[in-house]
Write a protein that binds this ligand. Sequence first.
Ligand SMILES: [Zn+2]
Length: 215
Amino acid sequence: MNYSFRKKNKIVKYVVIHYTGMKNLKLAYDKLSNINSDVSIHYLISRNGLIYNLLCPKYKAWHAGISKWKKNTNINDYSIGIELENKGHEDKYSNFTKKQYLSLKELAGFLKKNYFITENNFIFHSDISPNRKKDPGEKFNLNKIGINRFKKLNSIKNTTHKINEMLSLYGFHKSYIKYHKEYCIMSVKRSLNYKSISPNISKSFIDNFYNLLFR
Ligand SMILES: [Zn+2]
């Protein structure tokens, strides 16, 4: 099992949600717990809803890789990672199971309470590494565990937001908005559970994005 010690000045505030992107649970479990792999995770949730706690969140797991969110870089420093068993986009990307959502909901409640994670800080791997990652992807729906990431934005509702401003309010790091805007758009579409993911910015996309942030 790979891990690092957390630095005192870097407090856990995010939960990053992933999918395993592997053929089966055993392969994912073996990779995530193998010291010779370059990755690790705090929690893994199987398709039948079992929660495996591989690492205590007081230690840093290696799940995010190169990543930025809001004004933070290296999101492993600030986060707890959860992997959901799913073959992923490169294989047979399938819906997450009811049992996975039930277990994730329970785990999210535990983390909110014990690590003071706020709902707006439940984020996706595709948000913090939009140019590299698609997980957990457009088939994942955070509303199913009763979490609303953007409810605090209601107070700054304003009908004149430009697209870059909206991407920034969503939480993308400014360098991603500058250099990887098309990937940021696709990441937002995954959050919106679009069936087909392209970087096109249509009027209906802007409306949906606006409703996501400010509804
Ligand atoms: Zn991931």
